[in-house]
Design a protein around this ligand. Sequence first.
Ligand SMILES: [Zn+2]
Length: 469
Amino acid sequence: MKTLLSNAKVFTHGSFLETNVLIEDGVVFSLSDSISCLEADPSVSVIDYSGKYIFPGFVDVHVHFREPGFLYKEDIATGSRAAAKGGYTHVFTMPNLNPVPDSIENMNEELKAIHEKACVKVYPYASITKGEKGEELVDFEEMAEYFELLGDGRTDDFEKNTASHAIRLAGFSDDGTGVEDAYYMEEAMTRVAAIGGIISAHCEIKSILGGKNVHDGVLAKELGYRGISSESEWKMVERDISLSKETGCRYHVCHVSTKESVELIRKAKKDGVDITCETGPHYLLLNDEDVLKEVLKDKLENQDRAAEKNTGDGYKIKYGIGRFKMNPPIRSEEDRKALIEGIKDGTVDMIATDHAPHSLEEKSKGFDGPMGVVGLECAFPVLYTGLVRTGVISLEKLIDLMSIKPSERFDVEHGIETGMPADLTVYDLDEEYVIDPDTFASKGRFTPFEGRKVFGRCIATYVDGNPVF
Ligand SMILES: [Zn+2]
C-alpha cells in the first residue's frame, strides 16, 4: 500500500521543507518534489495537505495510562487514543500501577493490554524497586534480557508480537515517588549502567517536602497551606547527579520544576555527567501567581453565584481548581523563567506531559484531591501558542523538544527520513479554538489549560504509515 501526503511543510533533518511524503509498507519511502507520475498511479492514495505541517510524531517519555489497576481513571485504549489525537506516536508509561511492573510476571497484564489496545507505540517503564516501595530492587538483568528476546521476536508469549514493532522497555522509574535510600539508588544505577539501560527519576524527598498541595510561595500563603519546598526536588537531583557520575548510569530527571534543579543539571552537563531532563507544559507556561488569580476568581464567583465563569470567549470553565494540582506543583515566576532559559540553552532537553488522569470525583476535591492533570491533547497547541507564536522559541525548537530529543535519548528510531518508520503527525497551525476537555479522548478532564485560546489543531496522526487519528 502506498500513501502520498502531498504539499505540506515537512520537518526533516532539523528544518521545514515544502515537499511530499511517500509512505510504502509503513516506512517513509521518499521525500520528493515531483509527484505528477505518483498522482496518476492508481495504486497510490493521495492526501492533499496543502498549507499544513507534518512533524515527526511527538514522543512523550512520561505518561500514566493507569492500566492495570486503575481503569476508571484511564486505560491503554483511551490513553493511546488521546496520544494520537495530540500528535503523539510514542509514549512511555509510568509504573505506578497495580500490580506494579516490578517483574516480568507483574508486567504481563500491561504488556497484554498494550498489544491488544494501543493505537500508538506504547513502551512501559519497569519500576526500580519492588512495589515502588523503595525497600528492595527489581531484577534489572532479568527484565532487560526478556525485552531483548521480545525485540528479536524469539518469545511466543504474545501472538501479536509479529506486529511491525515489538514492545520494548522504556527504562526504569519509581515515578510517583522518589528512591530515598541512596544505597539502593547507587546499586540500581550500577546495575542499570551494566545493562545499558536508563533511569528516569522522580526526585522528591518526603522528609523535607513541607506541604502536600501547592508550591511554597504566594499561593500557599494565601490559602494558609504549608507549601511544597523546592529543596525536596533539587536535593535529590543533586544526590543523583553525583551517583550518576560515580556509576556512569544514563540518568534522566522527570518533570524538573525548580530553578535550582535547572542550575544543577546545567553544571552536571558541563562536568560530562550522562544526564538529561524533561519539564512539562504547565511549568513553562504558568506560575503560582497565575494559579492564585484563578483561586481568587473562583472564590468571588462562588460568593456571587449569578456570576458566569466566562473566560471572555464565551467558554465557561467546567472543571474545578483541581486542574492546577500536580506533582511537582506549579512554582514561582523565577522558576518558570529558569526553565525557559533551560529549554533555550539545551539544559532542559525535552518536554513531557506527565499526563496523569484521575476521575471527576477524585479531582473535584480541589487542592485536597490527588495530584495529576492530563496533557496529551493540548500540549502542542498550548506550547505553540504560548512559546512559538510569542517568539520565545522557534517552531523547529519546539519539534526538537517534543520529538527529536526524546527519541534520541531513549533510542527511538524516529524522524521523517527515507527508510524510517512513518510515525508522523499533521497539524493545521492556523486554526484557532478554545481548549475544551469534553472533547478529549482521555478519561481525564482536568487540565490547567482548560478555556485557553490556542492555535494549532492536530488533523491526522500516522503510526507505521496507518492513520490512527
Ligand atoms: Zn513524577
